[in-house]
Design a protein. Structure first.
Length: 229
């Protein structure tokens, strides 16, 4: 990456995180292309701040002629609202491959259409449509960071909705333990329509659970396990 990124940090009052986020950015290997550099920075930052996320400024928001990239580093002290874990009956490499290469099959909460090359994994993008409360919201779905076959971070954004989550894979004998942690932001136009926020969160988590259940069934089919019943 020829030009180092400008790091914008939040929350601003978190002095330690601000200092560490900028210190780690200086260590980004200069030979890495931008997307690999972003993934490297995300992993390095999360080693000290597991709840942190890094986002690249949308190119449309960049001032014309600006030679550098802007990355937003955020430390989220609140608990993850997306948090689940389960086991699939496949070795970790196989489980990871199904998760990233067959995402359009198991991600039932969002309709996905690939929009770019499948390689490299980091930066892989899809057009996304999410139907919620009777309205179709459109945006993008992309692989924000990846460390095959140990972890992958997805981010979906559009129509004011942002969802991100990191899925980690850990060997468990002949099987794989899968853990998902993430969070989401919703626009005020949606929040104003919902009197019961708990109902809203339950609806979102039901969508996530259905997608996870579909992924488990794909893994079971690969392992030769017949569906129950």
């Amino acid at each position: 990456m020829r030009e180092p990124p400008e790091i914008k940090v939040s929350p601003r009052h978190d002095v330690s995180f601000t200092a560490d986020a900028r210190r780690i950015a200086v260590r980004i290997p200069p030979e890495l292309p931008p997307q690999d550099a972003l993934a490297w920075y995300q992993r390095a930052l999360q080693a000290d701040y597991p709840n942190s996320i890094v986002r690249e400024q949308d190119p449309l928001a960049r001032a014309e002629g600006t030679p550098y990239r802007v990355w937003y580093a955020t430390n989220r002290p609140k608990p993850f609202r997306i948090a689940t874990a389960f086991t699939v009956p496949l070795p970790v490499e196989h489980a990871f491959g199904i998760y990233v290469d067959r995402v359009t099959e198991w991600q039932t909460a969002v309709d996905l259409v690939p929009t770019g090359p499948a390689s490299p994994l980091t930066g892989r993008t899809y057009d996304a449509t999410y139907r919620f409360l009777g309205i179709a919201y459109t945006g993008s779905f992309l692989v924000r960071a990846a460390d095959p076959p140990r972890s992958v971070t997805y981010e979906a954004a559009g129509s004011g909705i942002t969802v991100w989550y990191t899925t980690t894979f850990e060997r468990l004998g002949p099987c794989t333990s899968v853990s998902i942690r993430g969070d989401y932001d919703l626009p005020s136009s949606i929040l104003m329509r919902i009197a019961d926020r708990l109902h809203l969160e339950r609806a979102i988590n039901r969508d996530i659970e259905r997608a996870n259940a579909t992924y488990v069934r794909l893994c079971e089919a690969e392992a030769g396990i017949s569906p129950a019943g």
